[in-house]
Design a protein around this ligand. Structure first.
Ligand code: FAD
Ligand code: MLT
Ligand code: ZN
Length: 463
């Protein structure tokens, strides 16, 4: 017997695809966090904007919560449906709609995977530059909702910088067509940017017009082995001073240990405590000389113990795999993830304080550090020891996160640099945002989602 409320939905949108099989409820009800047991009422898979609108209007009338859903690669529990919600999956709305060569924009449906967007841009001889390891599964809608960052922020910025226009269905069921691809538009509040990073709490992004840019320059990838943590920012300064950096990423020997255990090949004869993978533009002798000068300077200073530079695209991919493979390699250890940021200028002091704090707080756990150090963004993953109860582990980690949040507040940093707040970091939002800011966000949410149906329980609680 089907739920009578779903019969009403079928009546409102007769062609809407709905899934209610237990396997589907489980599949679509979770993201990468795996901390909550999925329990949605059903999965709606709209095929166009009108069907999205029909679902929202029906949900308002029935008082049923909606969880917008992209590729469910999110790391903050934003797409989790564990309380009888309807998951609104955009997976059928995944097409490119319009390319404009003069504006250099591409309009796509929100369910398009990031990698498909990269390919579509390349077909037009251009580039969509936001990039990270989940590219094959995550969607542009999810990227917008989390303001995703990734490995090229140092050069190109976050998702926010690349959104020229959005079409959204608000929690009130209205369709808004925001900014319409304009470069200049001083006509009041930029509602488009409100939706970037809104984590599905204001409405559903159904279409995005993204800016494209010149294809990436020819580049080389260099892997560096570092003897200690305190030279990290010095190596960064040495490379940034001399080169046009496309990426500057860091990881620890513990991270490499897990990636190697997952099947990667060791880059050097010996293991080192810290590593950097950096990519920079080449193409002329001056740039190549600058790369060698940066490396030699670091070597002379004793900041770098070993290094390798890619000689082919295949080798560049192999070096990148050492950094990009970390998340998958750690997944079986059920990591507790921190995704924190401070201004780059604050990084040395913050790193020193955090290292001391975590050394005291986590004496027995395997703590794996990596991240986008050139953007001031650190990922600190704590691995669950085998045999330790999941809930006890999370509780112990949360005790440390409270201290980390206090440190971030002192350094004026953020408890979430790029993954979003979702369920995972909701309790710490106040370390990053003032009470006055949260009150304004609550007010905005009330206007765009008057009945509180959009992803309730995520980001902050409705009062
Ligand atoms: P989902 O997980 O499905 O959803 C994320 C949030 O967006 C939820 O709150 C959901 O409700 C909302 N949402 C989804 N679609 C819509 C829509 N159409 N309208 C409104 N709201 C919507 N993130 C980074 O920023 N940088 C990285 O380097 C990075 N690397 C990763 C590597 C791996 C291996 C993995 C697994 C994840 C990584 N992530 C990274 C996290 C994740 O991929 C991003 O947060 C991504 O933007 C999520 O996209 P998604 O489509 O999977 O969204
Ligand atoms: C990364 O930088 O690799 C991603 O943000 C994923 C993660 O933190 O695990
Ligand atoms: Zn990251």
């Amino acid at each position: 017997m089907t739920d009578p409320r779903l019969d009403a939905l079928r009546h409102a949108a007769p062609a809407l695809r709905l899934k209610t099989d237990p396997a589907d409820l489980e599949h679509y009800g979770r993201d990468w966090t795996r901390r909550w047991t999925p329990a949605p009422l059903a999965i709606a898979l709209p095929g166009d904007v009108e069907e999205v609108q029909a679902v929202v209007r029906w949900a308002r009338a029935q008082g049923i919560a909606l969880v917008p859903s992209g590729g469910r690669t999110g790391l903050s529990g934003g797409a989790v449906a564990a309380a009888g919600e309807i998951v609104v999956s955009l997976e059928r709305m995944n097409r490119a709609l319009e390319f404009d060569p003069i504006d250099r924009t591409l309009t796509v449906q929100a369910g398009m995977p990031l990698e498909a967007l990269h390919n579509a841009a390349r077909e037009h001889g251009l580039q969509y530059p936001v990039d990270f390891a989940a590219r094959g599964s995550c969607t542009i809608g999810g990227n917008i909702a989390t303001n995703a960052g990734g490995i090229r922020v140092i050069r190109y910025g976050n998702t926010r910088e690349w959104i020229a226009g959005l079409k959204v269905v608000t929690g009130a069921g209205e369709v808004l067509h925001l900014n319409r691809g304009l470069i200049k538009n001083s006509s009041g509040y930029d509602l488009r940017q409100l939706f970037v990073g809104s984590e599905g709490t204001l409405g559903i992004v159904v279409e995005a017009t993204v800016r494209l840019t010149d294809p990436p320059p020819p580049s080389n990838v260099m892997l560096l082995a570092l003897p200690s943590f305190d030279v990290l920012m010095k190596v960064f300064a040495a490379f940034r001073e001399r080169l046009q950096l496309e990426a500057f990423e860091f990881f620890t020997g513990r991270a490499l240990h897990h990636v190697l255990a997952h099947g990667a090949q060791p880059p050097f004869a010996e293991m080192h405590p810290y590593y950097v993978v950096t990519e920079f533009a080449i193409g002329d002798e001056a740039r190549e000389a600058a790369a060698m000068a940066a490396f030699e300077h670091c070597l002379e200073q004793g900041w770098v113990g070993d290094g390798v530079i890619s000689q082919s695209d295949a080798q560049a991919a192999q070096l990148w795999r050492l950094r990009e493979g970390i998340t998958e390699a750690l997944a079986r250890h059920k990591p507790y993830k921190n995704d924190v940021s401070v201004r780059v200028s604050r990084m040395p002091a913050f790193l020193e304080e955090t290292q001391a704090l975590l050394g005291r707080a986590y004496p027995d756990f395997d703590v794996v550090w990596f991240g986008h150090i050139g953007d001031g963004n650190l990922h600190i993953n704590v691995l669950k020891p085998e045999g330790l109860d999941d809930a006890v582990f999370v509780r112990q980690c949360e005790d440390v996160t409270r201290l980390l949040a206090q440190s971030l507040a002192r350094h004026e940093g953020s408890i979430s640099a790029e993954h979003g707040i979702g369920l995972v970091k909701k309790g710490y939002l106040e370390s990053t945002r003032s009470a006055a800011e949260i009150a304004v966000m609550r007010g905005i949410r009330g206007v765009l989602d008057p009945d509180g149906i959009m992803n309730p329980g995520k980001l902050f609680d409705l009062l």
